[in-house]
Design a protein around this ligand. Sequence first.
Ligand code: ADP
Ligand code: ASP
Ligand code: MG
Length: 411
Amino acid sequence: MALIVQKFGGTSVGSVERIEQVAAKVKKFRDKGDDIVVVVSAMSGETNRLIDLAKQISEQPVARELDVMVSTGEQVTIALLAMALIKIGVPAVSYTGSQVRILTDSAHTKARILQIDSQQIQKELKAGRVVVVAGFQGVDESGNITTLGRGGSDTTGVALAAALKADECQIYTDVDGVYTTDPRVVAKAQRLDKITFEEMLEMASLGSKVLQIRAVEFAGKYSVPLRVLHSFQEGPGTLITLDEEESMEQPIISGIAFNRDEAKLTIRGVPDTPGVAFKILGPISAANVEVDMIVQNVAHDNTTDFTFTVHRNDYHNALQVLEGIARDMGAREVIGDTEIAKVSIVGVGMRSHAGVASRMFEALAKENINIQMISTSEIKVSVVIEEKYLELAVRALHTAFELDAPAGKGE
Ligand code: ADP
Ligand code: ASP
Ligand code: MG
């Protein structure tokens, strides 16, 4: 008998009919004798709807109150799923994050899980019940409701699986696994049977929203066997694995990730003196803005240009800070650009192959796509390009790295 944590995402619980389908699926596992803990998201669109409501009151709603509100989305689906299970004869009980006591820090809207008290869940499982837990939410030490950031139900699932020492954490969603790139953008994308934690972590942090970054981090740290599967279609899905052995035979690139959520800022004509990067980025970081890619140009006339990217939500804030810095430093000008996108190729196979980056640049050059910024690490190369070329770039790279599904497959 196994203990399995199953997480169902927003589209999979997007209507009463779907919730009943999920209940039927859970019943199948339970009938085999497995102990099941189910984590659910809010119905698709619900979290956005709630955030929009808050924004009608204030452009920057008080984070504590926002959490109180958005956590209700998941509270609805846990109760509906528990009802649907009970209706088909499966004993079930629902719990919110604070009832289970998913203890988090107090960083509202992006809280981190500190500890999970699994006693209550164990007790319910022993009593033969399926336990349905609300994803995306927890409670801080003072009893305030917190949420874990967008896509956070994945993290709830993995964290529960770690706390309960589950045999597997299954992430059920609206695609049948992790693909070489978002199958909604590239029709020829292929499902991967396996992907290493390291690669999945890069893919997630570079924009592939199929799994939340923290969920992958958690699964790697606690060695939780993690699988991504389709909610309503049979299939093996994708196993996220620690095992890198087979990567020798794997393609150099496992996947292509992309992100439209960034914006670029350039400060031109700053004096090229020691400490200049700190003078620019110190105040940016003090304003709580995270910086992603950074480029400093070669000095010319003792002045230089300095460019960096931030999350698009932080763009206006960063621009304001940068304009202040430019005045103080006597810089020539500040230029901002929100119409950029980041495209990244990811693969552990890169470690043992040279020339991967140039192959990427060649593929983009052939499409006449200008590269604005480049950053590399051991297992990824990222470039910033004009946003309007994003889909073209992803498709071109997918073909150039021989990731396209053979004709007739995956279309
Ligand atoms: P859920 O609501 O179940 O959490 P998400 O929308 O968060 O689902 O994640 C699933 C979506 O992730 C897919 O519909 C797909 O468009 C997108 N996605 C992005 N990159 C990938 C990828 N490499 N493989 C599979 N899906 C991806
Ligand atoms: N409902 C939350 C969101 O939309 C959490 C999740 O779906 O994982 O971000
Ligand atoms: Mg998700």
